[in-house]
Design a protein. Structure first.
Length: 252
């Protein structure tokens, strides 16, 4: 009942904002190339839906490939700094420094090196998604009460069993939370790559709408991106409910 009330309040709030937006744009005759009304955006969304689905599929592919690479490399690096402690003081500051570089600044270099294909988009998605996954995985693998590790060893646990039963289980919620952050970041990386150099993807469709003063198309693409992002984060939430039901937040 409480959940229904929350959804109803959210739907009412969104509807109110859209209604006010529609009235203001119509009342003051705001040109559609500056700010189209929600009704025009909705109409343009359905008109261009087949094209948007084709382009978002390309963007989704580059995003997911880059995100998967970030997940694999991030967890492997977290394992290395967890079990080889001297590297932690070197790798973490280096990653933090590299993460401070705006990825949009190196996007033109990636396009120059790898061309206009999918490669620079995948690399940008990978770079943007790597840092949160690495930091959260390293935290989850290493930030464990020493008494728990000692108890596991006293119970006859080998290093592999301790990793599988203690460290990995402690890290999984951290990694799941990191994926909720890394997924939108990887999507941003893929779209930025399409903005700077590319001939496919939802980013190119947004640029096309901008160049043609088709602002309704730009907003329609933003709606598609929002839906795709929500689906991706929702998939992580479903994973948490299915496989991480033991974590405190899920039990609550």
């Amino acid at each position: 009942m409480i959940r229904v009330a929350k959804w109803s309040a959210t739907a009412f709030g969104v509807g109110l904002i859209l209604g006010v937006w529609e009235v203001i744009v119509r009342r003051f005759d705001v040109p559609e190339y500056l700010l189209p009304p929600p009704s025009a955006i909705w109409q343009r969304f359905w008109e261009t839906l087949p094209v948007q689905l084709e382009e978002i599929a390309f963007t989704a592919a580059t995003t997911l490939v880059g995100l998967f690479g970030a997940l694999v490399v991030g967890v492997l690096l977290a394992l290395i700094v967890t079990y080889v402690r001297p590297l932690r003081s070197v790798v973490l500051p280096a990653f933090a420094a590299f993460n401070g570089i705006p990825k949009i600044a190196i996007a033109p270099l990636l396009v120059t090196w790898f061309g206009l294909g999918a490669e620079p988009k995948i690399l940008l998605a990978f770079l943007l998604g790597l840092f949160p996954i690495f930091v959260n995985a390293a935290t989850g693998l290493s930030e464990i009460d020493p008494d728990i590790i000692d108890l596991a060893r006293l119970s006859g646990g080998t290093e592999f069993r301790i990793f599988r039963k203690v460290r990995l289980m402690n890290a999984l919620p951290y990694i799941a939370d990191a994926m909720k952050v890394a997924f939108p970041l990887a999507l941003v990386g893929a779209i930025v790559g399409e903005f700077i150099g590319g001939n496919r993807g939802i980013g190119q469709l947004i640029l096309s709408g901008q160049f043609n003063l088709d602002t309704a198309l730009v907003f329609a693409c933003l709606l598609t991106i929002t839906v795709f992002t929500s689906v991706g984060i929702g998939a992580v939430v479903v994973f948490e409910k299915l496989f991480l039901g033991w974590r405190l937040s899920e039990r609550r």
